[in-house]
Design a protein around this ligand. Sequence first.
Ligand SMILES: NC(=O)c1ccc[n+]([C@@H]2O[C@H](COP(=O)([O-])OP(=O)(O)OC[C@H]3O[C@@H](n4cnc5c(N)ncnc54)[C@H](OP(=O)(O)O)[C@@H]3O)[C@@H](O)[C@H]2O)c1
Length: 264
Amino acid sequence: MNDERFTLITGAGQGLGKALAQACAKEHFNLLLLALPGEKLKTFTRSLQNDYGVKTDYLEIDLTEPQSAGRIYHWVHDHHYVLNRIINNAGIGSVGSFTSHDAAFYDKQLDLNIKAVVLLTHYFIEELAEEPDARILNISSLASFFTMPYKAVYASSKGFIYQFSRALRMEYLNTPLRISVACPGPITTNRHVIQRINDQGRISKFMVLSPEKTARLCLRGMLKGKAFIIPGFPNKFLYWMDKLLPQYIKIKFVASRLRTNPPS
Ligand SMILES: NC(=O)c1ccc[n+]([C@@H]2O[C@H](COP(=O)([O-])OP(=O)(O)OC[C@H]3O[C@@H](n4cnc5c(N)ncnc54)[C@H](OP(=O)(O)O)[C@@H]3O)[C@@H](O)[C@H]2O)c1
C-alpha cells in the first residue's frame, strides 16, 4: 500500500495559494498544486522539490470548466496519489456596483468561488474521512460575516463557503477529518487587491497582512483542526465589533467606504 500522502491546493500559482504551498512544503507535506494553464506551476513545483525535498506534481486546469472536479479526481487516481488534505483556495474577488460587472463575470466568479469548492470536496471527502489526521481548509473571507454593498456577489459567495464549511464539519465530526474555514481580511496578493486596499483607506491598511503571514496562520489553524480561523488581531477585532454594532450602521458604513471605489 502507498503510505505517502499529498496535500492538494487550488489556486497555487500565485497569491495566498502560492504562500500556502510554500508553508506546507516547509512542513514537509507532499503537494499537488493546481492553477490555470501557464508556466508558473512547472517552475514553482520544481523549486519546492529542490528547496524542501518534498514530492510535488501539478495540474493546469480551469476550475470553472464543467467536469473540472471530475478531471482532478481522475488525475489524482490515475497517478495513484493519496490525499490527506485539501486546501480550496482559488477564488476571484470584485468590487463595484452590481451592474459594473457583466453576467459572464458573475457566472465565472460563482463557478470558481462556490461550485468548484463544493464539487471537489464531494469527490474526495469520503476518502479523506478514512485518513488519520485528514484536513480540508476552505478559504473564505472576513467579508463572509458582513452585508457588503458594492461587494454583494463576492461577499455572499464567501458567506456560502463559511456556512458550507461549518455545516460539513459537523457532519464529519465522528471521523478523523476536520474541516476548517479561514476568513482572512485584506492580503497583499495581487495588484488588483493592493489597489482595492489603497482605495479603501485606513481601516483596510490597518487590517492588511502579507500572503506569507496569512498562510502561516491558516496552516496552523488547519493543523490544530480549528473550526474557523481569522488571521491577525485587527481582523479578529473587527469580527467581534461586528457582533456589537447594529446592522443598519454597519451596512451604511461599508457602503460609504466602497461606493467610490473604481470597479475591479
Ligand atoms: N487577497 C485578499 O485580500 C483576500 C482576502 C480574503 C480572502 N481571499 C481569498 O483568498 C483566495 C486567494 O486569493 P488571492 O488574492 O491569493 O488570489 P490571486 O492572487 O488572484 O490568486 C488566485 C489563484 O487562483 C487561480 N485561479 C484563478 N481563476 C482560476 C480558475 N478559473 N481555475 C483555476 N484556478 C484559478 C489563479 O491561477 P493563476 O495563478 O494561474 O492565475 C491563482 O493561482 C481567494 O479565495 C480569495 O477570495 C483573498
